[in-house]
Design a protein around this ligand. Structure first.
Ligand SMILES: Cc1ncc(COP(=O)(O)O)c(C=O)c1O
Length: 379
């Protein structure tokens, strides 16, 4: 029931009380999230566009322009200057749109996709909704998808191959260059889920794996500003190499200002796009390099400290994710860390603890965390 009758002061007081139940990124204890506190200007931008609706762009041409510019910035960053796309609600919707476009383009009667065992669980939802069969491929010893197995798994029903640039559990980058060669040879759509890595890899120092539109077979990409892009939720991104991909997603909108919508979600906020725009314009390439550089330094600090504390790393971190096991029992370690207030993930598939070293995790937090790990390991 809509009880109502509370004053503004009462409403806000009650909400503030309830909000205290939520975790805050500021304390540096949240080590299991791929989201972070948005850039301060991104927060302001969000408020500025709070009532805009990108589902009806004729009413909000300013917001539509912002979305176009955000897509343009992401595309340029990922070597796809002439790509098309949308700011969507997140990686799940982006993966959904990409595979919907792949399925509509292929027009197969019993569509299948070939994807790594490490692919994000959003593909389970996507395959369920789109009635696509998922053919999972084993990983090699470095937790990357095995290209030989990918080739073996392709059939006449395959509408797409999926690779991940920055897996959710270990931060591993699949051999996208090899997947691209396979996709070209077999004339099949290649989708790269760079929801996390898309706004990390371009800013890394030194050699970087090729993973984007610079590879000819990559037809679509997921890249989420609300993860390492410092934008406010819900800011995901889907990019397509060709306009035809978007064309086969279009739905007629008889009573709205524009004749077509291309996204799955209808009414959608322009605020998220504005927050991404604000983060991009505030930080620029140099700003993101600094942020990613700091995250990688803290990642290395944690990885080294864990080894010093006699823990073992599942893999050397390639992005800002560390996965480790404890000699005294990984499950036990994760429980003890949780008792100390650390919000970490235990990953049953690899029997490891996973830590995402986001921008809100500072050196001082890493040091306290390592002290706690060492203390537990000694017990
Ligand atoms: C690689 C990858 N893809 C897709 C997603 C889904 O993104 P979202 O939760 O924004 O829908 C995630 C989420 O963490 C992810 O890590």
């Amino acid at each position: 029931m809509l009880t109502g009758g509370l004053s503004r002061k009462q409403v806000l007081a009650e909400l503030k009380k309830i909000r205290r139940l939520d975790q805050r990124y500021d304390g540096g204890m949240v080590l299991c999230s791929m989201c972070t506190k948005p850039h301060p200007t991104a927060e302001k931008a969000y408020r500025l566009f709070l009532s805009s609706n990108l589902g009806d762009p004729g009413l909000f041409p300013g917001s539509a322009r912002i979305e176009k510019e955000v897509v343009g910035e992401l595309a340029t960053l990922l070597h796809g200057e002439n790509c098309f796309g949308n700011v969507v609600s997140g990686g799940t919707e982006a993966n959904l749109m990409a595979l919907l476009a792949a399925r509509n383009t292929a027009n197969a009667s019993a569509p299948e996709i070939v994807l790594p065992e490490s692919a994000h669980f959003s593909f389970t939802k996507v395959c369920n909704v789109l009635k696509i069969k998922s053919v999972y491929v084993k990983l090699d010893s470095s937790f990357r998808v095995d290209p030989v197995q990918v080739v073996k798994s392709i059939s006449e029903n395959t509408i797409a191959i999926v690779g991940t640039a920055g897996t959710s559990e270990l931060g591993v980058v699949d051999p996208i260059e090899e997947l691209s060669r396979i996709a070209l040879e077999r004339k099949v759509w290649l989708h790269v889920d760079a929801a996390f890595g898309g706004l990390v890899i371009p800013f890394l120092d030194g050699d970087k794996p090729k993973f984007d539109f610079s590879l000819e077979a990559v037809k679509s990409m997921t890249v989420d500003p609300h993860k390492m892009g410092m934008a406010a939720i819900p800011a995901g991104g889907v990019l397509f190499r060709h306009q035809e991909a978007l064309d086969c997603l279009k739905t007629e909108t008889p009573y709205l200002t524009d004749r077509y919508q291309y996204t799955f979600v209808g009414t959608r906020t322009g605020a998220a796009a504005a927050s991404a725009w604000a983060a991009f314009k505030s930080l620029g390439i140099e700003g993101y390099r600094k942020i990613v550089g700091k995250c990688m330094q803290n990642t290395q600090l944690i990885a080294n400290g864990l080894v010093d504390a006699s823990c073992s790393l599942v893999a050397q971190p390639s992005l800002n994710i560390v996965a480790f096991r404890s000699k005294g029992g990984t499950k036990r370690m994760s429980e003890k860390l949780r008792q100390k207030g650390w919000l970490i993930s235990y990953v049953p598939r690899y029997d490891c603890i996973r830590i995402v070293v986001m921008p809100h995790v500072k050196k001082k937090h890493a040091e306290v965390f390592l002290k706690d790990v060492a203390g537990i390991e000694k017990l």
